[in-house]
Design a protein around this ligand. Structure first.
Ligand code: NAD
Length: 440
């Protein structure tokens, strides 16, 4: 198949590279010329494990190309995927579809009959209908418009794309279904489940999935607060409930609240869709509130660990990206925490294995250390914000020696109280027993 991928961000680039790896001929288009120049020179615009190898291999085979010239990509394509950003609109949280509709108007000039236009971007219910209407306004007929929402996770994007839990296709006609079946055929051979449904249902499925995962996170965070109040251990509660197949163990890690480029904006957009439909979604609404409050409260935990104030204190922060294995800083829990620390008069020394370049665009007046021990040097407290693997096996005695204040605030429950205390640290986890777990 010949595929045009419009938008070469996390989703567009990973999808484009993986489709090329399946054997399709993919042309990735972006209006950001520096991104395309970089890709043509072999420089990845994002940090994603395994991406560079798959991009280079397929570019060398001639199956994956990059351009800013939409016409050349679209004219020869049998399927045009739209993978541009759909950020939250300022003010109301509605999904901003400006990039999507701009892309549709542009591609309308070059698209040929019979082509399938497929939204991979996360878009509200009814966006496919609107795209069809725009294409008609531009004089384009006899093209199919389908929805194929993407469920990959940053940090594990290639593996997720190649071994998806499911593929969701929303199509209103046989042609679109046929094209998408052909594109994903290599995955059907691996028995990846495919759900073929209506376009509006597919659009809503993506929001429902992200909202449900956000609910799970906020739920366990509230249970963690309760654990702290009654001296119970949230790790064990999560395991105890997660072993129930109806619940499942994933997304039950108490922490500083969810961030990233998807959950915050997608929960808000779902609420906008619900409001427009006149149907309240109280669970999702509360989840958003719980998460916003939680992120704002993290500074209080650090403050409490330091006796009630961070003013004049030096705080080491480990992990800036919104989660491990990415340099994506969008809505990262580190942002409100560090901003509040600085606002309250603390000095911050941070370290992240890959997100420094992105973080430097966001924070001013904080230090960027070269490793975890350097971030801890002379600090009154060390706070683990993102659970990168390299923070899981720190030499805690060395950390204790580097620190001035011997306080470890572990917002990801990477360590046990007992091991931290043995190293001479005062330990504060999230939802952990005051005395540590009972000896087994
Ligand atoms: P991104 O911001 O990383 O990339 C979007 C790209 O589109 C940018 O490079 C931008 O320059 C380009 N672009 C915008 N308008 C264009 C146009 N008219 N022509 C060509 N290029 C254009 O975004 P992303 O994180 O890849 O997300 C894209 C969509 O996928 C969003 O709707 C998002 O919600 C969804 N999604 C994201 C993830 C994720 O983990 N990032 C996962 C699943 C779904």
């Amino acid at each position: 198949m010949r595929i045009a991928m419009i938008g070469t961000g996390y989703v567009g680039l990973v999808s484009g590279a993986c489709f090329a790896d399946f054997g399709h001929r993919v042309c990735c288009v972006d209006k950001d010329a520096s991104k395309i120049d970089g890709l043509n020179a072999g420089v990845m615009p994002i940090w994603e494990p395994g991406l560079e190898a798959i991009v280079k291999a397929n570019a060398e085979r001639g199956r994956l190309t990059f351009t800013t010239d939409l016409a050349s990509a679209v004219e020869s394509a049998e399927a045009v995927f739209i993978a541009v950003g759909t950020p939250a609109r300022r003010g109301d949280g509605h999904a901003d579809l400006t990039f999507v509709f701009e892309a549709v108007r542009e591609l309308a000039k070059f698209i040929k009959r019979g082509t399938a236009v497929v939204t991979k971007s996360t878009v509200p219910v009814g966006t496919g209908d609107r795209i069809e209407q725009i294409l008609k306004e531009e004089g384009v007929t006899e093209v199919s418009v389908a929805s194929n929402p993407e469920f990959l996770r940053e940090g594990a994007a290639i593996a997720d794309f190649k071994h998806p839990d499911r593929i969701v296709v929303g199509a209103e006609d046989d042609r679109a279904q046929e094209v998408l079946r052909e594109i994903y055929r290599p995955l059907f051979l691996n028995r990846a489940p495919i759900l073929i449904t209506g376009r509006r249902t597919a659009e809503l499925t993506k929001y429902a999935a992200n909202a449900f995962l956000a609910v799970k996170i906020s739920f366990i965070n509230e249970i963690a607060d309760l654990c702290e109040a009654v001296d119970a251990d949230v790790q064990d509660v999560a395991r105890g409930i997660g072993l129930d197949n109806r619940i499942g163990p994933k997304f039950l890690h108490a922490g500083p609240g969810y961030g990233g480029s998807c959950f915050p904006k997608d929960t808000l957009a779902l609420l906008q869709t619900a409001d427009a439909a006149g149907v309240d979604q109280r669970i999702v609404r509360t989840t958003v509130q719980v998460n916003d409050d939680r992120k704002a409260q993290m500074v209080e935990r650090v403050s409490k660990a330091l006796g009630g104030s961070v003013s004049g204190k030096r705080i080491g922060v480990l992990g800036l990206a919104f989660k491990p294995n990415t340099d994506d800083m969008r809505e990262a829990p580190s942002i409100p925490l560090i901003e509040a620390l600085v606002e309250r008069g603390a000095a911050v020394s941070s370290f992240d294995p890959v997100a420094r370049e992105q973080a430097e665009k966001i924070f001013s007046g904080i230090e960027f250390a070269n490793d975890a021990y350097a971030a801890a040097e002379g600090a009154d407290a060390l706070v683990i914000v993102t659970e990168w693997d390299e923070f899981r096996a720190l030499d805690l005695e060395r950390i204790a020696e580097s620190l001035r204040g011997k306080v470890l605030v572990d917002l990801r429950n990477v360590y046990d109280r007992s091991e931290a205390e043995e190293a001479g640290l005062t330990y504060y986890g999230v939802g952990r027993c005051r005395t540590g777990p009972p000896a087994s």
